[in-house]
Design a protein around this ligand. Sequence first.
Ligand SMILES: [Fe+2]
Ligand SMILES: [Fe+2]
Length: 168
Amino acid sequence: MMNTPLPENEALLQQILSSCEASRLLETKQFMQHGDTNVYDHCVAVARVSCLLADKMGLSVDRESLIRGALLHDYFFYDWHVPDPVHRLHGFTHPKRALQNAMDDFTLTTVEQDMILRHMFPLTPTPPKFREGWVLCLADKVCSTLETAKFTQNSLVRGYYTGEEGLQ
Ligand SMILES: [Fe+2]
Ligand SMILES: [Fe+2]
């Protein structure tokens, strides 16, 4: 299923990442997400896989919103593995927190807001409203599974996390 990202997707992703340099996105490198993958690398991989899935399914999506929503879907600043009442029930509560943080730092479209808020469906019961949100939901679950099962050590999968030259 894993194909190499299309160069246009990768170029847009890099352009959007550059525009995020002044935000707190880079801070998310400090926090682990699943397995040995940090939150930042998870979000970048989810953005790449979201583009891939949209392409494979032939979906017409707003590519910029798809990437921005994917990059910001886990925009929280704590290690959810460390018990702390502040982020109790992380799985249920972090979409709202990520959205609030993202709205503090960015001007988000309606599609991007809905993507972030609904990305944990069906754990949180309200489904995404837009196609981009459904793609994100799926890509997030694919990446989370790959990370938890440590498939990220496979060279092809790793290319999605590092954007290694030759895999783009
Ligand atoms: Fe999440
Ligand atoms: Fe995620």
